[in-house]
Write a protein that binds this ligand. Sequence first.
Ligand SMILES: C[S@@+](CC[C@H](N)C(=O)[O-])C[C@H]1O[C@@H](n2cnc3c(N)ncnc32)[C@H](O)[C@@H]1O
Length: 359
Amino acid sequence: MPPAPNALWRNPRMTAERTHDDQDRAGAEATVNDILQGAWKARAIHVAVELGLPALLQDGPRTVADLAAAAGAHEPTLRRLLRLLAASGIFEELGHDDLYGHNALSEVLLPDPTSPVATDARFQAAPWHWRAWERLAHSVRTGEASFDVANGVSFWQLTQQDPQARELFNHAMGSVSLAESRQVAEAYDFSGADTVVDIGGGRGSLMAALLESAPGARGVLLERPEVAGEARALLESRGVGERCEVLPGDFFETIPAGADLYLIKHVLHDWDDEDVLRILRRIAAAMAPGSRLLVIDNLIDERPAASTLFVDLLLLVLVGGAERSESDFATLLEKAGLTVERSLPCGSGPLRIVEIRRA
Ligand SMILES: C[S@@+](CC[C@H](N)C(=O)[O-])C[C@H]1O[C@@H](n2cnc3c(N)ncnc32)[C@H](O)[C@@H]1O
């Protein structure tokens, strides 16, 4: 029979256990509370970025009054925002003169097109981005991108119509790709490549790294027309423009035939299984018998890091996509008449290169 409630408190051993339980509970509550407040903390950072505070402090500390005037903010409220951010470790309050300046964490937010965190902070700060997360429950109920119901247009439509949205996305994606492209060029030997097609090649940093590492290769970069110009500019700035054709187009419609090597990096994860299959079938039809396809993506392994799983949900809410495991890919590839030859790690994170041939 369980002890009566009063007996519990008279038993010293049980009292000690209860105290221990209470401490566990208090610790758990503090942890969950901290996680919940994390959403507000992120929002406060978004607003600091939206107001341009990192750039305004670039040349040294400034008073809140000065910052408020420069940023077009309500001074007493900006003071409250900065006070919270400083208490959270972002920016530093210097003495008692109402002065704020950068510290190691806030410096990460300085505008820099090559910094994944700085560009991502701006991408996340966009109201349409936040609105998609606000409707996460819609995605969980339906399996569809919440972006569309939250914003009235799809992510791809918005980034086609709105140059500012496109720039935020392309910069966030481009900064990640800049570092990854070097890792891909180190992990895979492109020296024997002759003709290479990069499908949905973005701003072109992977193609540029490949052409730099394989001086005999020629490339075709297939991209949406509204992004193609940026790819052209980057390839020219890297001195490989003459060896690469930038082809504006739609990978659901056209994929150039007969290349030695096809690359598709961080593209398949933007689509659901049905669309992935449509793209893979198009690629399979374009491949010659000896062609190879490299699917380059973050793969979900046995013990994925939470950061990988956050991106998985990000893909869900923005575009209805998903991160996949190697066996998820193998199933889809098989349906498209393709087969995995080998899979290589790339860098120290979840990025992998899956080398594929026609079955
Ligand atoms: C997540 S980004 C990846 C870009 C690049 N591969 C990289 O790793 O940085 C997906 C790319 O697919 C392009 N894209 C989306 N739909 C497309 C379509 N139907 N045809 C061609 N490109 C498309 C986008 O413009 C975007 O640049």
